[in-house]
Design a protein around this ligand. Structure first.
Ligand code: SF4
Ligand code: SF4
Ligand code: SF4
Length: 179
């Protein structure tokens, strides 16, 4: 099984939002909803302030609390990869997974099921990069298999300092931020 991860360089993200537009177009997310978004965080104390900008989405957690709470098995980990997905036809819209996710990564689609980032698994299976990664004008987003030591994602995590969002939640996120 592959262990797919996204590695995002916070030093290169300019917050242009092209990743958000690409996801919306690729995945036809309904008006007013999105699978990814731009977060901004200030670090330091005045006058030594720095602004971190990053593109966020479902973290495809290795220990995803959204999966065991799902009463129907709709929320699951894909057997082809470690990607956390939702079977739309099995989802009853109970929102247990939304309550369990510490990252606010899911939304209720107007058609009644819960939706979120899929790591663009339909593109990955065709050998393509996720839509958001493929359009980034500063090339700050990388996608790859952490089981492959030669992947860009593996090499960057070995050579650069990184963090994940809210590690204390114990979810083991698979979206890493280079810092
Ligand atoms: Fe589940 Fe939320 Fe983790 Fe995504 S970020 S795998 S929705 S707990
Ligand atoms: Fe499962 Fe759908 Fe309920 Fe989420 S909203 S826990 S995916 S049935
Ligand atoms: Fe959207 Fe695909 Fe990027 Fe996830 S990986 S945020 S589904 S474009």
């Amino acid at each position: 099984m592959a262990r797919y991860a996204m590695v995002i360089d916070t030093k290169k993200c300019v917050g242009c939002g092209d990743c958000v537009v690409a996801c919306k177009t690729e995945n036809q997310t309904p008006e007013g909803f999105h699978r990814d978004w731009i977060a901004q965080q200030t670090h330091g104390a005045f006058p030594d302030l720095t602004l971190e900008i990053r593109s966020e989405r479902c973290n495809h957690c290795e220990n995803p609390p959204c999966v065991p709470v799902c009463p129907t098995g709709a929320s699951h980990i894909d057997e082809y990869s470690n990607i956390t997905l939702v079977h739309h036809d099995k989802c009853i819209g109970c929102k247990a997974c939304i309550a369990a996710c510490p990252y606010d990564a899911r939304y209720v689609h107007p058609d009644g099921y819960v939706d979120k980032c899929t790591f663009c698994i339909h593109r990955v299976k065709q050998g393509k990069k996720p839509a958001c990664v493929s359009v980034c004008p500063t090339h700050c987003m990388y996608f790859g298999d952490l089981e492959d030591p030669t992947s860009d994602a593996s090499r960057l995590l070995k050579s650069r300092k990184w963090k994940v969002i809210a590690p204390a939640a114990g979810t083991k996120p698979q979206v890493y931020y280079l810092i």
